[in-house]
Design a binder for this molecule. Structure first.
Ligand code: 5GP
Ligand code: SF4
Ligand code: MG
Length: 465
């Protein structure tokens, strides 16, 4: 998901809509904005579909007045079952002591089931099936005096990954979980302040990138300035390495590194680790493009757009049902026959998850007359589900959970299939020595199976680490 908040500018909701539009790649199912204005109070609009279709008309934006607003773009993660209902669309708003608050959450709470059970037993009335709603109820029940303190109280009970943007009647609040699994950045535009999942959304509103919110940090922002707190026990950060590989936009800066440059470096590492003779390097667009460029630069094999992407389709994996995903490949990607015929082609993609995309693409490339197809993948085999906010399927649906690399190659029926090594990936994100085995610098659980936060709800349901 993507979160964005703005304080201290007229019509803050317009800025939020623009920010969310720039974060649309983080969630395409639905979006919402809550604003506050002294006269109108809290106002909210939550809709299915794209930001550009819902939050551009004056009619809608007029209903969201004020100098303070937050928003969210959603895709359902492993916690949720089935398609989203509108009641699950964020931000969530709750009225309780001290005027209430609204929150938008990116990540996934790994103990949400037990928290929910406990809260319901104590009388909380849940409006949604979302894990994020727990935070509002925990805040409402806290005995602390101010809303930021109640939020600290609430989040100390929450396990898992959270980058939260919240608002009271007068304050914009941003928090990252102690491991800093999901990103969150601070920006400044004129007299106003912005919080955003990624820097690309600061660019769109002409805001200056100030800094990242630190892992475990809470910032409380009023037009007068920023207070910073560290409410959690300090831990070594474990940022999601997959944000670098796939999830974030290539024009964003993560941990001081350009995502584009990191992906290009991944491609270079891949070319060094797993070279192969071929005529063309083609990306599976768009997610494989920077890595393919890196592979081509390192290997000297020409880069070509052998697959053309229909710009009017979203990210396939973000469509929650298998059936839509299956169709999605053809709706989204087509082979550029003229380039491919009689060529030995290296295809570069960011990841192999279920293998549906890769299989279809290989068929399309062979139908177009390619002589050889070599897959190079910009991440290690995805053998474990993510419980921290990226929607990987259950373990038995992951190709790499049940097959060796050679079995996957045979299953996809390609001439070769190679994944970047975990150490190679760490080198590409700037860790010259590779992965620190004792204390990994990132979360890489979907590749290593080493979960930095015990996925308590999942283990209750029989998941074995
Ligand atoms: P596959 O066909 O292997 O299931 O899909 C792989 C494609 O889905 C990749 O090209 C990638 O762009 C996209 N994808 C990236 N990350 C994820 C993820 O976390 N989960 C899923 N299901 N797909 C992803
Ligand atoms: Fe990121 Fe993978 Fe960790 Fe999930 S399990 S937070 S996708 S590195
Ligand atoms: Mg892709």
């Amino acid at each position: 998901c993507g979160v964005f908040g703005m304080i201290g500018v007229a019509d803050a909701s317009n800025f939020v809509a623009l920010g969310l539009h720039a974060l649309q790649h983080r969630g395409q199912e639905a979006g919402g904005i809550v604003s506050h204005d002294p006269e109108a109070g809290f106002q909210s609009a939550r809709r299915f579909g794209y930001v550009r279709d819902n939050f551009t008309s004056q009619k809608v934006m007029e209903t969201l007045p004020g100098e303070l607003a937050i928003g969210h773009v959603r895709y359902s993660t492993s916690g949720s079952k089935g398609p989203t209902a509108i009641r699950d669309v964020q931000p969530f708003f709750g009225e309780f002591a001290m005027g209430g608050a609204a929150i938008a959450h990116n990540g996934n709470i790994t103990n949400a089931n037990s928290l929910r059970r406990e809260l319901i037993e104590r009388g909380s009335i849940f409006q949604s099936s979302s894990d994020s709603e727990c935070i509002i109820h925990l805040m409402a029940r806290s005995l602390q005096r101010t809303i930021p303190e109640r939020m600290e109280d609430a989040l100390r009970r929450v396990e898992g990954a959270f980058s939260v943007v919240a608002m009271t009647r007068t304050k914009l609040i941003g928090v990252r979980d102690p491991l800093g699994v999901r990103p969150l950045v601070l920006g400044k535009v004129g007299d106003g302040w912005a919080l955003s999942s990624e820097t690309c959304a600061l660019d769109i509103i002409g805001a200056e990138f100030v800094r990242e919110i630190d892992p475990g940090e809470m910032v409380v922002i009023t037009p007068k300035g920023i207070e910073s707190h560290f409410p959690f026990r300090r831990q070594e950060p474990r940022f999601c390495i997959f944000e670098h590989v796939y999830f974030s936009r290539p024009d964003s800066i993560l941990g001081g590194r350009s995502v584009y440059e990191t992906r290009e470096a991944i491609g270079r590492e891949l070319a060094k680790e797993s070279p192969v003779e071929a005529d063309l390097v083609c990306p599976v667009p768009d997610s494989g493009t920077p890595a393919a460029i890196g592979f081509s630069l390192e290997s000297g094999i020409p880069y070509a757009m052998g697959i053309i992407r229909n710009q009017y389709m979203g990210r396939t994996f973000i469509e929650p049902t298998e059936q839509i995903r299956n169709m999605g490949v053809r709706l989204k990607l087509n082979v550029n026959r003229a380039l491919i015929k009689d060529k030995r082609v290296i295809l570069v993609d960011d990841s192999v998850v279920r293998g549906t995309t890769s299989r279809k693409i290989k068929e399309m490339i062979l139908d177009a007359g390619a002589k050889e197809v070599h897959f190079r993948i910009a991440s290690p085999p995805t053998a474990w589900p993510c419980f921290y906010g990226v929607d990987t399927p259950q373990r038995d649906k992951l190709l790499a959970a049940t097959m060796s690399e050679e079995e996957m190659r045979a299953h996809l029926n390609v001439d070769s299939l190679k994944f970047i090594s975990l150490d190679g990936l760490y080198r590409a994100v700037g860790e010259a020595e590779g992965r620190n085995k004792k204390c990994p610098q990132y979360c890489d659980a979907c590749f290593s199976g080493e979960y930095p936060v015990t996925p308590a709800d999942q283990m209750d349901q029989g998941f074995q680490m």
